[in-house]
Design a protein around this ligand. Structure first.
Ligand code: TLP
Length: 349
């Protein structure tokens, strides 16, 4: 296989040697009986780090979000989320197919949902309208280019939503990236949400797994729904062991991923007609419109692939590039040169 420069996602990272060793040596037991010591340790550490009562290891971020939606909502409820949000666009309509809810997507220009956006989308409390069961936020916001939700904005949403009796869930898949950008702890920037899901398997680099974090009562319910959704795992300490390495050792590595994304953004921004503001790139994700050369985003993706660079189109116009620990600074420079060559050739034609 050729040596790809893989900017499709931070999900593509391979487990490090330290993770592989920890996996090989992990103490295990049957986690459905609560007897896997490594899973128990991971859940306890996640709860400690987020300064919450409890946490639950789940196979995927999608299952974690679904479990939380299922707990917070009744069938027939609406879930307010940002229109480009992952729960609305990439989770197989599971909130309706399985949790019995309908999304109430709200558009923003930059992915930052504020109370001003949310309040008009809340249903009046009358019996003949579907009720708003949940507000779901995403921090960082993936398709809004890894955008960080300012803590004051998030806290205000929680305060006002709670005044109206509406819970707030946080899709915190990349919350350690947000914390790195803000220079704050993950506990500080998630204090007011009722539940959150964060991923071990994105920038933190674990091969598999996410965590649901919340109160003890909430996590007990989450355990029931995890089993109902087929996510009760057995000797899964082998995966939790990699997750523990990711959780303890990898958050400090994220700043380097952000620097690589910034370098990529600065260089791409110099391509004529590229409407990419490097200052908008806060974390490890770039989402940008392909400049007007007549090339679509899938075409750009195919041309990059010919030059050994993998990056996905978000839609016909937009590209996404994601940095992570398995792509080096030198590979970023090669990716930049590939993009420069492609656009130089496109302008000549
Ligand atoms: N995101 C994936 C794709 O599904 C788009 C990626 O490559 O970025 N929340 C957010 C914000 C996510 O970005 C993702 C995965 C998830 C949840 C779901 O995680 P998994 O893939 O573990 O189900």
């Amino acid at each position: 296989m050729p040596e790809w420069i893989d900017l499709r996602s931070d999900t593509v990272t391979k487990p490090t040697l330290e993770m592989r060793r920890a996996m090989a040596e992990a103490e295990v037991g049957d986690d459905v009986y609560g007897e896997d010591p490594t899973v128990n340790r991971l859940e306890q550490r996640a709860a400690e780090i987020f300064q919450r009562e409890a946490a639950l290891f789940v196979p995927t971020g999608s299952m974690g979000n679904l479990i939380c939606i299922r707990i917070h909502c009744d069938h027939g409820n609406e879930v307010i989320c940002e229109s480009r949000g992952h729960i609305f666009n990439f989770e197989m309509a599971s909130m309706s197919a399985i949790a019995g809810c309908v999304a109430r997507p709200v558009e923003t220009t930059d992915g930052v949902l504020t109370w001003k956006h949310i309040e008009p989308a809340i249903r009046p409390k009358v019996y003949y309208r579907a009720q708003t069961g949940l507000i779901s936020l995403e921090n960082t916001h993936n398709i809004a280019g890894g955008r960080v939700l300012p803590t004051a904005v998030q806290d205000e949403i929680c305060d006002r939503a709670h005044d109206r009796g509406i819970p707030v869930h946080l899709d915190a898949a990349r919350i350690f990236n947000a914390a790195t950008y803000l220079g704050k702890s993950v506990a500080d920037i998630t204090r007011k949400v009722d539940s959150l899901m964060f991923c071990l398997s994105k920038g933190l680099g674990a091969p598999v797994g996410s965590m649901v974090v919340g109160s003890r009562a909430f996590i007990e319910k989450a355990r029931v729904f995890r089993k109902m959704f087929g996510g009760g795992m057995r000797q899964v300490g082998v995966l939790a062991a990699a997750g523990l390495v990711a959780l303890e050792k990898h958050p400090p590595l994220l700043a380097r991923d952000h620097a690589k994304a910034r370098r990529l953004a600065e260089a791409l921004a110099e391509i004529p007609d590229m409407r990419l503001q490097p200052n908008d790139v806060q974390t490890n994700i770039l989402v940008f419109d392909v400049p007007g050369t007549g090339m679509s985003a899938p075409e750009l993706s195919a041309k990059l692939k010919e030059r050994g660079v993998l990056a996905n189109a978000v839609d016909p116009k937009q590209m996404r590039m994601v940095t992570h620990y398995d792509v080096s600074e030198e590979e970023i420079e090669r990716a930049i040169r590939a993009a420069q060559e492609i656009f130089a050739a496109a302008r000549k034609n």
